[in-house]
Write a protein that binds this ligand. Structure first.
Ligand SMILES: C[S@@+](CC[C@H](N)C(=O)[O-])C[C@H]1O[C@@H](n2cnc3c(N)ncnc32)[C@H](O)[C@@H]1O
Length: 504
């Protein structure tokens, strides 16, 4: 792996220095909140898009916080004497966090404040100029460059079920962001990566964030973990890009097509403990003549329930352009850009790929005789963090598996929080054309219901059984109660499955 152009990394062994550095950073309010207050929302947001000019303008002063922002986020050398007022400079020089450049001091890595879900002051370490990545933002095209936290990292962190577990695995750890989150609720965290530089950076991220160290293992997919090691939680934001050849380790898996994602998902079944969750981000091919859901269903390992959500589909030209821009190729030589673009299209043509799907795959190990696999398209806005919604989705699956229609009619349900009813129809019309139930939380689903469904949902507060509510509705609308009890469980099942109704 060629990393010649990348800076040597700080020592991950000098935890005493890392602890002193952490204290100094916190002492100067170099935190997510401190940064927002100093920069203001527009400059703060611009920084997360890799745009540094607004932040440079906001840090022309002489406070310790401004100095740290220039040093660790904006890659500006700072005067030695000023830095010595804020940081343990000699120790940082000795352990490699800082280097001397023409009499001034420069950082060797990007250190970015990151607020944890319970207000923790964390720091994400990454290669210089690579804290955000994407859209041509990366500061290096070395093969082994390690990026910080991008949108995909945040999506995965938000999706993950956060119940306390014994053993968690972060496969393809990169900056260590997922391992850092897992350290809050897992007794033991293992983090793997094919790139040793990423493992080193993960050790720095964890130490600087004051989190326990992880068990770091180098290698591809499940190779570095012991053959019989199993986990309660597995998370991976893998190098899912479907590309004509491996160039950048953080995104190009180096297997053909979507084989890396398929292999990862398939090999996960035997690595999960019963009840354990695995969360993946993935890209998948839409191949001519094949339904994408059939392709994805075939990846799901035996003994696992699965929930697959396709969030976006891009045609092959959009897809190629996205990743050419991600690597900054559009800013380079025109002929080279065109040749690379051509190579992407050749690759897709050879594989009969028409489009690429982006989405999430969640597996849960189950003892059920017939595991459930849901593959759906949901391109609409959702509310993150979604981890609790994901956990509840699988809990409802269990509930529905255990309740036949007769049992559903005996059961009690409550309308989920923040579900509203919308009536759709022409303005002024006496009756709506149809009624929609809409969630304002989690997946933010909307579903059409008939008047019985809407009335039923409206009455569900957990006090009356479903059957008794239906009997009352039957009386109200003059329908045969037996017929209503017969036809409504399918609708109740759907409302429970999609989270509009919760078993009370
Ligand atoms: C998209 S980055 C994700 C980093 C981080 N987990 C996150 O969520 O931001 C993918 C990571 O997988 C690593 N990787 C690439 N190929 C791999 C493989 N075959 N096995 C394990 N890790 C791999 C890369 O080095 C990179 O750190």
């Amino acid at each position: 792996m060629s990393n010649a152009s990348l800076s040597p990394l700080p020592s991950a062994d000098r935890t005493d220095v890392t602890a002193r550095l952490r204290d100094a950073l916190l002492g100067a309010s170099f935190t997510a909140d401190g940064l927002l207050e100093l920069l203001g929302a527009p400059a703060y947001a611009a920084l997360s898009r890799s745009e540094t000019v607004p932040a440079l303008r906001a840090t022309r002063g002489d406070t310790p916080l401004e100095l740290l922002v220039r040093l660790f986020l904006l890659q500006q050398p700072v005067p030695h004497a000023r830095a010595a007022d804020v940081l343990p400079v000699d120790a940082c020089l000795e352990s490699g966090w800082l280097v001397s450049v023409d009499g001034e001091l420069a950082a060797t890595v990007d250190v970015r404040p990151y607020g944890g879900p319970d207000g923790e002051d964390w720091f994400i370490v990454s290669d210089l100029g690579c804290a955000v990545g994407g859209a041509g933002g990366i500061g290096s095209r070395a093969e082994g460059v390690v990026l910080g936290v991008g949108g995909a990292s945040m999506t995965l962190a938000g999706l993950t079920v956060r119940t306390p577990v014994s053993a968690a695995l972060d496969l393809g750890t990169g900056s260590g962001i997922q391992a850092l989150h897992a350290a809050r609720h897992a007794t033991r965290v293992t983090a793997t990566d094919v790139n040793p530089r990423a493992l080193h950076i993960t050790a720095l991220t964890l130490a600087l964030s004051g989190a326990p160290a992880a068990d770091l293992r180098e290698g591809s997919l499940y190779e570095p973990v012991d053959e019989d090691d199993t986990y309660d939680l597995i998370v991976s934001n893998p190098p899912f890009v479907i590309s004509p050849g491996a160039r950048l380790t953080y995104r190009d898996g180096g297997m053909g097509g979507d084989d890396l994602c398929r292999t990862l998902v398939q090999q996960t079944g035997e690595r999960l403990n019963e009840g354990g969750f695995a969360h993946f981000l993935a890209n998948w091919q839409h191949v001519e003549g094949e339904d994408w859901t059939d392709r994805l269903r075939s990846w799901v390992p035996r003994g696992c329930d699965a929930w697959i959500v396709q969030r976006e589909v891009q045609d092959v030209t959009q897809y190629a352009e996205l990743w050419l821009r991600d690597a900054g190729d559009h800013r380079g030589d025109e002929a080279e850009y065109q040749a690379r673009y051509d190579a992407w299209l050749d690759e897709f043509e050879a594989r009969k790929v028409r489009a690429v799907g982006f989405g999430w795959i969640t597996l849960r190990r189950t003892a059920a005789a017939e595991p459930s696999v849901t593959a759906e398209e949901w391109p609409h806005p959702i509310e993150q963090p979604l981890g609790e919604t994901v956990r509840a989705h699988f809990a409802r699956l269990d509930y529905l598996r255990e309740h036949d229609d007769a049992a559903l009619l005996e059961a009690h349900f409550a309308l989920a929080a923040e579900v509203v009813q919308e009536q759709v129809g022409l303005p002024g019309a006496e009756d709506p054309e149809h009624v929609v139930l809409r969630q304002n939380r989690g997946m933010r689903r909307a579903t059409r219901v008939d008047t019985v469904g809407a009335g039923f949902a409206g009455v569900c507060d957990g006090t009356m059984s479903a059957g008794r509510i239906l009997d009352a509705i039957a009386q109200l609308v003059g329908e045969d109660p037996v017929a209503l009890r017969d036809r409504t469980p399918a609708q109740i099942r759907l409302l429970v499955e999609q989270g509009f109704l919760e078993p009370a």
